[in-house]
Design a protein around this ligand. Structure first.
Ligand code: ADP
Ligand code: TRP
Length: 322
Protein backbone atom coordinates (compact mmCIF):
# COMPACT_ATOMS: atom_id res chain seq x y z
CA UNK A 1 0.00 0.00 0.00
CA UNK A 2 1.62 3.31 -1.02
CA UNK A 3 2.32 5.72 1.81
CA UNK A 4 0.92 9.19 1.17
CA UNK A 5 2.31 12.25 2.95
CA UNK A 6 1.79 15.98 2.77
CA UNK A 7 2.25 19.06 4.93
CA UNK A 8 0.91 22.58 5.17
CA UNK A 9 2.89 25.49 6.60
CA UNK A 10 1.12 27.46 9.35
CA UNK A 11 1.96 30.92 8.09
CA UNK A 12 -1.55 32.26 7.55
CA UNK A 13 -5.19 31.39 7.23
CA UNK A 14 -6.02 28.62 4.79
CA UNK A 15 -7.76 29.48 1.54
CA UNK A 16 -9.67 27.49 -1.05
CA UNK A 17 -6.49 27.18 -3.16
CA UNK A 18 -4.99 25.20 -0.27
CA UNK A 19 -8.21 23.24 0.07
CA UNK A 20 -8.72 22.20 -3.55
CA UNK A 21 -5.00 22.02 -4.37
CA UNK A 22 -3.73 20.13 -1.35
CA UNK A 23 -6.23 19.27 1.38
CA UNK A 24 -9.06 17.71 -0.59
CA UNK A 25 -6.80 15.43 -2.65
CA UNK A 26 -5.08 14.40 0.57
CA UNK A 27 -8.37 13.73 2.33
CA UNK A 28 -9.53 11.62 -0.61
CA UNK A 29 -6.33 9.61 -0.42
CA UNK A 30 -6.67 8.82 3.29
CA UNK A 31 -9.18 6.10 2.44
CA UNK A 32 -6.17 4.10 1.18
CA UNK A 33 -5.22 3.70 4.83
CA UNK A 34 -1.58 4.78 4.92
CA UNK A 35 -1.76 8.56 5.03
CA UNK A 36 0.60 10.88 6.92
CA UNK A 37 -0.39 14.53 7.19
CA UNK A 38 1.35 17.19 9.25
CA UNK A 39 1.46 20.87 10.09
CA UNK A 40 4.87 22.20 9.04
CA UNK A 41 5.61 24.58 11.90
CA UNK A 42 9.40 24.39 11.47
CA UNK A 43 8.84 25.59 7.90
CA UNK A 44 6.94 28.62 9.16
CA UNK A 45 10.16 29.81 10.87
CA UNK A 46 11.42 31.17 7.55
CA UNK A 47 8.42 33.42 7.03
CA UNK A 48 7.05 34.23 10.49
CA UNK A 49 8.77 35.55 13.62
CA UNK A 50 5.71 35.98 15.82
CA UNK A 51 5.47 33.13 18.38
CA UNK A 52 1.82 33.75 19.23
CA UNK A 53 0.95 33.90 15.54
CA UNK A 54 2.73 30.61 14.89
CA UNK A 55 0.87 28.95 17.75
CA UNK A 56 -2.47 30.32 16.58
CA UNK A 57 -1.98 29.35 12.93
CA UNK A 58 -0.81 25.87 13.92
CA UNK A 59 -3.93 25.38 16.00
CA UNK A 60 -6.14 26.89 13.33
CA UNK A 61 -4.80 24.58 10.65
CA UNK A 62 -5.31 21.55 12.90
CA UNK A 63 -8.96 22.58 13.27
CA UNK A 64 -9.28 23.25 9.52
CA UNK A 65 -7.93 19.86 8.50
CA UNK A 66 -10.11 17.98 10.96
CA UNK A 67 -13.16 20.04 10.04
CA UNK A 68 -12.62 19.39 6.33
CA UNK A 69 -12.62 15.66 6.79
CA UNK A 70 -9.20 14.47 7.88
CA UNK A 71 -10.05 11.33 9.81
CA UNK A 72 -7.53 10.48 12.55
CA UNK A 73 -8.74 6.87 12.43
CA UNK A 74 -7.41 6.70 8.87
CA UNK A 75 -4.58 9.23 8.73
CA UNK A 76 -1.67 9.95 11.05
CA UNK A 77 -1.91 13.66 11.84
CA UNK A 78 0.70 15.60 13.79
CA UNK A 79 2.65 18.81 14.25
CA UNK A 80 6.07 18.63 12.56
CA UNK A 81 8.08 19.86 15.57
CA UNK A 82 6.67 17.09 17.77
CA UNK A 83 9.02 14.82 15.82
CA UNK A 84 12.32 16.74 16.06
CA UNK A 85 14.16 13.81 14.42
CA UNK A 86 13.37 15.59 11.16
CA UNK A 87 16.03 18.18 11.98
CA UNK A 88 18.70 15.52 12.30
CA UNK A 89 17.76 13.98 8.97
CA UNK A 90 17.87 17.48 7.45
CA UNK A 91 21.54 17.71 8.44
CA UNK A 92 22.42 14.21 7.25
CA UNK A 93 20.91 14.69 3.79
CA UNK A 94 21.82 18.38 3.63
CA UNK A 95 25.48 17.46 3.86
CA UNK A 96 25.10 15.73 0.50
CA UNK A 97 22.91 18.34 -1.17
CA UNK A 98 24.76 20.37 -3.82
CA UNK A 99 24.66 24.16 -3.44
CA UNK A 100 23.72 24.42 -7.12
CA UNK A 101 20.55 22.40 -6.56
CA UNK A 102 19.40 24.77 -3.82
CA UNK A 103 20.43 27.87 -5.78
CA UNK A 104 18.15 26.79 -8.62
CA UNK A 105 15.05 26.58 -6.37
CA UNK A 106 12.28 28.81 -7.75
CA UNK A 107 10.91 29.56 -4.30
CA UNK A 108 14.33 30.82 -3.18
CA UNK A 109 14.96 32.80 -6.39
CA UNK A 110 11.49 34.38 -6.22
CA UNK A 111 12.09 35.55 -2.66
CA UNK A 112 15.48 36.99 -3.60
CA UNK A 113 13.90 38.77 -6.57
CA UNK A 114 11.36 40.31 -4.21
CA UNK A 115 14.20 41.77 -2.18
CA UNK A 116 13.69 39.52 0.85
CA UNK A 117 16.99 39.23 2.76
CA UNK A 118 17.89 35.55 2.43
CA UNK A 119 18.78 33.50 5.48
CA UNK A 120 19.98 29.95 5.91
CA UNK A 121 16.46 28.67 6.64
CA UNK A 122 15.07 30.04 3.41
CA UNK A 123 17.95 28.52 1.46
CA UNK A 124 17.79 25.16 3.26
CA UNK A 125 13.99 24.91 3.14
CA UNK A 126 13.93 22.30 0.33
CA UNK A 127 16.24 20.09 2.40
CA UNK A 128 13.92 20.27 5.39
CA UNK A 129 11.04 19.46 3.06
CA UNK A 130 12.96 16.49 1.65
CA UNK A 131 13.62 15.30 5.21
CA UNK A 132 9.87 15.58 5.97
CA UNK A 133 9.15 13.26 3.10
CA UNK A 134 12.06 10.84 3.40
CA UNK A 135 11.80 10.38 7.18
CA UNK A 136 8.45 8.63 6.74
CA UNK A 137 9.33 6.36 3.79
CA UNK A 138 6.82 8.20 1.62
CA UNK A 139 5.78 6.97 -1.82
CA UNK A 140 3.33 9.66 -2.92
CA UNK A 141 3.14 13.38 -2.09
CA UNK A 142 -0.06 15.22 -3.09
CA UNK A 143 0.77 18.92 -3.55
CA UNK A 144 -0.03 21.91 -5.71
CA UNK A 145 1.94 22.57 -8.89
CA UNK A 146 4.17 25.12 -7.15
CA UNK A 147 5.75 22.33 -5.11
CA UNK A 148 6.77 20.21 -8.10
CA UNK A 149 10.38 21.38 -8.06
CA UNK A 150 10.71 20.61 -4.36
CA UNK A 151 9.65 17.05 -5.08
CA UNK A 152 12.22 16.77 -7.85
CA UNK A 153 14.85 17.99 -5.43
CA UNK A 154 13.70 15.46 -2.85
CA UNK A 155 14.11 12.68 -5.39
CA UNK A 156 17.58 13.94 -6.39
CA UNK A 157 18.64 14.07 -2.76
CA UNK A 158 17.28 10.59 -1.99
CA UNK A 159 18.96 9.07 -5.06
CA UNK A 160 22.29 10.68 -4.22
CA UNK A 161 22.04 9.51 -0.63
CA UNK A 162 21.27 5.95 -1.70
CA UNK A 163 24.18 5.95 -4.16
CA UNK A 164 26.54 7.23 -1.51
CA UNK A 165 25.48 5.23 1.54
CA UNK A 166 23.50 2.30 0.11
CA UNK A 167 19.77 1.93 -0.55
CA UNK A 168 18.08 3.20 2.57
CA UNK A 169 15.69 5.96 1.49
CA UNK A 170 12.44 5.54 -0.43
CA UNK A 171 12.38 7.73 -3.58
CA UNK A 172 8.97 9.48 -3.64
CA UNK A 173 6.72 10.83 -6.39
CA UNK A 174 4.52 13.88 -6.45
CA UNK A 175 0.81 13.73 -7.25
CA UNK A 176 -0.59 16.87 -8.84
CA UNK A 177 -4.23 16.80 -9.92
CA UNK A 178 -4.46 18.50 -13.33
CA UNK A 179 -7.90 20.03 -12.97
CA UNK A 180 -7.03 21.77 -9.73
CA UNK A 181 -3.33 22.34 -10.34
CA UNK A 182 -3.55 26.12 -9.87
CA UNK A 183 -6.62 27.68 -8.28
CA UNK A 184 -6.91 31.30 -9.37
CA UNK A 185 -7.29 34.05 -6.77
CA UNK A 186 -9.51 37.12 -6.74
CA UNK A 187 -7.21 38.87 -9.21
CA UNK A 188 -6.88 35.89 -11.57
CA UNK A 189 -3.29 35.13 -10.48
CA UNK A 190 -2.53 32.00 -8.45
CA UNK A 191 -4.43 32.20 -5.17
CA UNK A 192 -1.82 32.70 -2.47
CA UNK A 193 -1.69 34.27 0.95
CA UNK A 194 1.37 36.19 -0.19
CA UNK A 195 -0.64 37.89 -2.96
CA UNK A 196 -3.57 39.00 -0.79
CA UNK A 197 -6.02 37.53 -3.32
CA UNK A 198 -7.50 34.72 -1.24
CA UNK A 199 -10.94 33.36 -0.51
CA UNK A 200 -10.63 31.78 2.94
CA UNK A 201 -12.12 28.36 3.65
CA UNK A 202 -13.46 29.64 6.96
CA UNK A 203 -14.17 33.28 7.63
CA UNK A 204 -16.68 35.97 8.23
CA UNK A 205 -19.70 35.76 5.94
CA UNK A 206 -20.03 39.48 5.33
CA UNK A 207 -16.36 40.00 4.52
CA UNK A 208 -16.29 37.02 2.17
CA UNK A 209 -19.45 38.09 0.38
CA UNK A 210 -17.85 41.48 -0.13
CA UNK A 211 -14.67 39.92 -1.51
CA UNK A 212 -16.57 37.77 -3.99
CA UNK A 213 -18.98 40.52 -5.07
CA UNK A 214 -15.88 42.69 -5.58
CA UNK A 215 -14.45 40.38 -8.27
CA UNK A 216 -13.51 42.61 -11.19
CA UNK A 217 -15.21 41.65 -14.47
CA UNK A 218 -15.11 43.45 -17.83
CA UNK A 219 -17.53 46.13 -19.03
CA UNK A 220 -19.63 44.05 -21.45
CA UNK A 221 -23.38 44.36 -20.90
CA UNK A 222 -25.37 41.39 -19.50
CA UNK A 223 -27.09 40.85 -22.87
CA UNK A 224 -23.89 40.52 -24.84
CA UNK A 225 -22.96 36.87 -25.63
CA UNK A 226 -19.62 35.89 -24.14
CA UNK A 227 -17.89 33.19 -26.17
CA UNK A 228 -15.02 33.19 -23.65
CA UNK A 229 -17.34 32.28 -20.73
CA UNK A 230 -15.09 29.36 -19.71
CA UNK A 231 -12.25 31.85 -19.02
CA UNK A 232 -14.39 33.91 -16.65
CA UNK A 233 -12.89 33.87 -13.16
CA UNK A 234 -16.25 33.51 -11.38
CA UNK A 235 -17.16 30.58 -13.65
CA UNK A 236 -13.83 28.91 -12.93
CA UNK A 237 -14.37 29.27 -9.19
CA UNK A 238 -17.98 28.16 -9.47
CA UNK A 239 -16.84 24.91 -11.06
CA UNK A 240 -14.99 24.12 -7.85
CA UNK A 241 -17.79 24.81 -5.39
CA UNK A 242 -21.03 24.07 -7.30
CA UNK A 243 -22.36 20.76 -8.69
CA UNK A 244 -21.14 20.25 -12.28
CA UNK A 245 -24.57 20.76 -13.89
CA UNK A 246 -25.18 23.99 -11.98
CA UNK A 247 -21.79 25.41 -12.95
CA UNK A 248 -22.35 24.37 -16.59
CA UNK A 249 -25.73 26.12 -16.57
CA UNK A 250 -24.16 29.40 -15.37
CA UNK A 251 -21.42 29.07 -17.97
CA UNK A 252 -23.93 28.45 -20.77
CA UNK A 253 -26.10 31.37 -19.74
CA UNK A 254 -23.06 33.64 -19.64
CA UNK A 255 -21.95 32.41 -23.07
CA UNK A 256 -25.39 32.92 -24.59
CA UNK A 257 -25.86 36.39 -23.08
CA UNK A 258 -28.50 37.44 -20.58
CA UNK A 259 -26.70 36.60 -17.32
CA UNK A 260 -25.27 39.64 -15.55
CA UNK A 261 -21.97 39.52 -13.69
CA UNK A 262 -23.72 40.54 -10.45
CA UNK A 263 -25.99 37.49 -10.57
CA UNK A 264 -23.08 35.25 -11.49
CA UNK A 265 -21.09 36.47 -8.48
CA UNK A 266 -24.10 36.13 -6.20
CA UNK A 267 -24.43 32.53 -7.36
CA UNK A 268 -20.74 31.96 -6.76
CA UNK A 269 -20.97 33.28 -3.21
CA UNK A 270 -24.01 31.14 -2.35
CA UNK A 271 -22.43 27.95 -3.67
CA UNK A 272 -19.10 28.71 -2.01
CA UNK A 273 -20.82 29.37 1.31
CA UNK A 274 -22.98 26.23 1.12
CA UNK A 275 -20.09 24.06 -0.06
CA UNK A 276 -18.22 24.68 3.18
CA UNK A 277 -21.26 24.87 5.50
CA UNK A 278 -20.95 21.33 6.94
CA UNK A 279 -17.24 21.91 7.59
CA UNK A 280 -18.06 25.18 9.31
CA UNK A 281 -20.39 23.36 11.70
CA UNK A 282 -17.83 20.67 12.37
CA UNK A 283 -15.11 23.26 12.99
CA UNK A 284 -17.26 25.05 15.58
CA UNK A 285 -17.73 21.72 17.39
CA UNK A 286 -13.98 21.12 17.39
CA UNK A 287 -13.27 24.59 18.77
CA UNK A 288 -15.48 23.59 21.70
CA UNK A 289 -13.54 20.36 22.21
CA UNK A 290 -9.85 21.32 22.53
CA UNK A 291 -8.95 18.18 24.50
CA UNK A 292 -10.01 16.01 21.58
CA UNK A 293 -7.84 18.01 19.17
CA UNK A 294 -4.85 17.80 21.56
CA UNK A 295 -5.34 14.07 21.86
CA UNK A 296 -5.45 13.57 18.08
CA UNK A 297 -2.20 15.49 17.62
CA UNK A 298 -0.51 13.67 20.51
CA UNK A 299 -1.48 10.26 19.16
CA UNK A 300 -0.41 11.29 15.67
CA UNK A 301 2.98 12.50 16.91
CA UNK A 302 3.51 9.21 18.73
CA UNK A 303 2.79 7.15 15.64
CA UNK A 304 4.84 9.41 13.37
CA UNK A 305 7.75 9.35 15.78
CA UNK A 306 7.85 5.57 15.83
CA UNK A 307 8.34 5.51 12.05
CA UNK A 308 10.83 8.39 12.21
CA UNK A 309 12.96 6.63 14.80
CA UNK A 310 13.26 3.54 12.61
CA UNK A 311 14.23 5.49 9.51
CA UNK A 312 16.73 7.58 11.38
CA UNK A 313 18.35 4.52 12.96
CA UNK A 314 18.72 2.99 9.49
CA UNK A 315 20.15 6.19 8.03
CA UNK A 316 22.55 6.73 10.91
CA UNK A 317 23.90 3.22 10.57
CA UNK A 318 24.27 3.68 6.81
CA UNK A 319 26.24 6.91 7.36
CA UNK A 320 28.50 5.42 10.00
CA UNK A 321 27.10 7.53 12.81
CA UNK A 322 27.19 4.96 15.63
P1 ADP B 1 0.32 30.00 -0.20
O1 ADP B 1 0.71 30.16 -1.65
O2 ADP B 1 -0.99 30.62 0.08
O3 ADP B 1 1.42 30.46 0.74
P2 ADP B 1 1.20 27.38 0.55
O4 ADP B 1 2.45 27.57 -0.23
O5 ADP B 1 1.26 27.38 2.04
O6 ADP B 1 0.13 28.45 0.04
O7 ADP B 1 0.52 26.04 0.05
C1 ADP B 1 0.06 24.95 0.84
C2 ADP B 1 -0.42 23.85 -0.11
O8 ADP B 1 -1.53 24.33 -0.88
C3 ADP B 1 0.62 23.41 -1.14
O9 ADP B 1 0.50 22.03 -1.41
C4 ADP B 1 0.28 24.23 -2.35
O10 ADP B 1 0.73 23.66 -3.54
C5 ADP B 1 -1.24 24.28 -2.28
N1 ADP B 1 -1.72 25.51 -2.90
C6 ADP B 1 -1.54 26.77 -2.46
N2 ADP B 1 -2.10 27.67 -3.27
C7 ADP B 1 -2.67 26.95 -4.27
C8 ADP B 1 -3.42 27.31 -5.42
N3 ADP B 1 -3.71 28.56 -5.72
N4 ADP B 1 -3.85 26.32 -6.24
C9 ADP B 1 -3.57 25.03 -5.95
N5 ADP B 1 -2.87 24.63 -4.88
C10 ADP B 1 -2.42 25.56 -4.03
N1 TRP C 1 6.54 23.40 1.47
C1 TRP C 1 5.15 23.05 1.47
C2 TRP C 1 4.35 24.33 1.11
O1 TRP C 1 4.81 25.43 1.25
C3 TRP C 1 4.71 22.52 2.80
C4 TRP C 1 5.47 21.30 3.13
C5 TRP C 1 6.48 21.20 4.02
C6 TRP C 1 5.30 20.01 2.54
N2 TRP C 1 6.95 19.94 4.04
C7 TRP C 1 6.25 19.19 3.14
C8 TRP C 1 4.45 19.53 1.58
C9 TRP C 1 6.37 17.83 2.78
C10 TRP C 1 4.56 18.18 1.22
C11 TRP C 1 5.51 17.35 1.81
O2 TRP C 1 3.23 24.18 0.71
Amino acid sequence: MPRVLTGITPSGTLHIGNYFGAMRPAIELQAGGDAYYFIADYHSMTVLTDPAGRRAYTRGIALDWLACGLDPAKAVFWVQSDVPEVCELTWLIGSLTPMGLLERAHSYKDKLAKGIAPNFGLFAYPVLMAADILLYNTHVVPVGKDQKQHLEMTRDIAIKFNLTYGECLVVPEERIADDVAVIPGLDGQKMSKSYGNTIEIFGDEKALRKKIMGLVMDSRTPQEPKPDADKNLAVQLLKLVAPADVAADYENRLRAGGLGYGDLKKGLFEHYWNHFAPYRTRRAELVGNPDYVDQVLRDGAGRARAVAAQTLARVRTACGIR
